[in-house]
Design a protein. Structure first.
Length: 378
């Protein structure tokens, strides 16, 4: 029986399409889905039929035949519990989006061990998994109604490149397909960027939508310092940290981003564009650091989402952030390792700012010992 083809541009209610696709997947049938990069052939990973679409996939040395598509970064940890460091940063900043991550499957608690044997052979290769969270909403909507991820093949039997139309994909799939969801030519019409990651490095194994230089920036460690108005404590912490990291890495402060470290500061009650206080500028000048170009900024969703470490000047700052952004709580800590508040110098004389700077410097020295600032690329 020929597959049912649905033109998504002509559907009255997208929810009907989602229900049809979910029903097909739940019955262990193969469905062609659009992503933002290419068309893929999908089956429910926890059901039978995974081995059939594995025959459509390209065999690459050291890689699994199929990718696992999961709902989110959080769900990725169920399948790759050791996803950390560089890999975690790339996942959090790129997903949903046109990136596939090859990660280690070396943890006893990985849900991959609960898959049927045939499925496990197809989604694990050389002890590695390939994970995706595509940006096209259709797959995501279906995954929210399924009891697990889907396994997908990117059919390219003759090395012609990934299929970027539904017709191209169907032509490469023979008679395995039950349902085709046609959303026209894909947005990017090129493959996702495929990256092999471990906690301290990454390697682009197949180029795609996102260039390697962009991946390098996305893989950087981002440290965000937060106080109230972003004119005294957090700007001093930002500039001191940048200077200390540069000395540790053997580069200039303005070169640390190229070494994989991004530093910023913000205030929970700041306005945009304010200057650092005069005494803060002078206290930093005494340490050989120029704070005159600082411009304050308010804390916002994007800064919180991007930051790997959010160090606050006080416990009340931390409480305010975790109350507004509870999902960020594991990444938010008081700068002082023993959770003591940093002295607030606002309105005080220069000696108070000097003491504040000394406290911040000492806390940063302790924090730096806990950071791995090694290379990003393998």
């Amino acid at each position: 029986m020929p597959p049912k083809i649905i033109d998504l541009s002509k559907t009255d209610d997208p929810r009907d399409v989602v229900h049809l696709a979910v029903q097909a997947l739940a019955e262990s049938r193969a469905v062609i889905f659009p992503t933002e990069t290419d068309y893929v052939v999908a089956v429910a990973a926890r059901r039978h039929g995974v081995e059939r679409i594995a025959e459509l996939a390209v065999s690459r040395e050291g890689e699994p035949l199929l990718s696992l598509v999961v709902k989110s970064v959080d769900e990725a940890f169920d399948w790759a519990p050791r996803l950390a460091g560089v890999g975690q940063r790339i996942a959090r900043r790129c997903w949903p989006g046109p990136v596939s991550l090859i990660v280690a499957d070396d943890h006893a608690e990985s849900l991959v061990h609960r898959l049927p044997e045939a499925a496990r052979r197809s989604v694990v290769g050389n002890g590695r998994l390939r994970l995706r969270v595509p940006g096209h909403p259709l797959l995501g909507d279906c995954l929210r109604m399924l009891d697990g991820p889907v396994a997908v093949a990117e059919p390219d039997p003759a090395g012609r490149g990934v299929p970027v139309t539904a017709v191209e994909c169907l032509e490469r799939c023979g008679e395995e397909i039950t349902l085709v969801l046609d959303d026209g030519r894909t947005r990017y019409a090129q493959p996702p960027t495929t990256i092999s990651v471990d906690p301290s490095s990454f390697q682009v194994v197949r180029p795609g939508v996102i260039a390697e230089e962009s991946i390098r920036r996305l893989a950087s460690l981002m440290v965000l310092f937060v106080c109230t108005g972003n004119t005294c404590r957090s700007p001093m912490a930002e500039s001191l940290f940048r200077d200390m990291v540069a000395k540790q890495l053997g580069c200039r402060p303005d070169e640390i981003e190229s070494q994989g470290v991004v530093v910023a500061s913000a205030g929970i009650a700041a306005w945009a564009g304010g200057r650092a206080s005069g005494n803060a500028v002078e206290a930093m000048e005494e340490r050989g650091i120029d704070l005159t170009s600082h411009a304050s900024q308010p804390l916002n969703d994007d800064l919180v989402r991007q930051a790997d470490l959010i160090w606050t000047m006080t416990n009340s700052h931390r409480a305010a952030i975790t109350s507004q952004f509870p999902e960020a709580a594991p990444r938010v800590s008081v700068l002082s390792p023993d959770r003591r508040d940093v002295l607030d110098p606002i309105g005080g004389p220069l000696p108070v700012y000097r003491e504040c700077a000394r406290q911040i410097h000492d806390h940063l020295a302790a924090r730096l010992k806990t950071l791995d600032l090694g290379p990003q690329r393998g």
